[in-house]
Design a binder for this molecule. Structure first.
Ligand code: DQA
Length: 154
């Protein structure tokens, strides 16, 4: 039986364009380009198609999420600071009901208390937090695994 060719959108939120220069003690030395290149390699291994976008603007991220409807099978998102503030991003994910995995480079649960709450977590399949650039690889693997097993189990 052939597997359906999955299309995944990867969304990076605000300030992630500065990775590599931005607080390297917290976020590491990998640039966003490094992370994206690693994700494209993982996508080839997994046999899925990736589109990757980054924005510093909440409304632009909402537009990208709305655009997943009937186009993408899954969403891998690091909402960055909007994790802790954005009802709009949460509502967009709930509206399109695209299976979503939330990722963070740092472990948000062992940082400042304002980072402990995620508006996104309740509308995500799960959250991976604290493994640096590896969080993205783990998140993509988990999302694809979920999509492949959910479509055969449901
Ligand atoms: C982050 C954690 C957020 O709290 C922060 O605002 C970010 C990055 C992470 O990947 O660790 O910008 O999402």
């Amino acid at each position: 039986m052939t597997q359906p060719f999955l299309k995944i959108l990867v969304l990076h939120g605000p300030n992630l364009n500065l990775l590599g220069k931005r607080e390297p003690g917290i976020y590491g030395l990998n640039t966003l380009q490094d992370i994206n290149a690693q994700l494209f390699d993982v996508a080839v291994e997994l046999g899925v198609e990736l589109s990757i976008e980054q924005s510093n603007y909440e409304g632009v991220l909402v537009d990208f999420i709305q655009g997943t409807f009937d186009v993408f099978d899954g969403l891998l998102i690091n909402p960055a600071a909007y994790t802790h503030t954005s009802v709009a991003i949460r509502d967009a994910i709930a509206a399109v009901a695209v299976p979503t995995v939330e990722v963070h480079l740092s472990n948000i649960h062992k940082r400042e208390t304002f980072r402990h709450h995620s508006y996104i977590a309740p509308v995500a399949i799960g959250q991976i937090s604290g493994f640096g650039a590896e969080s993205y690889r783990l998140g993509l693997q988990a999302l694809v695994h979920h999509l492949r097993t959910a479509s055969s189990a449901d």
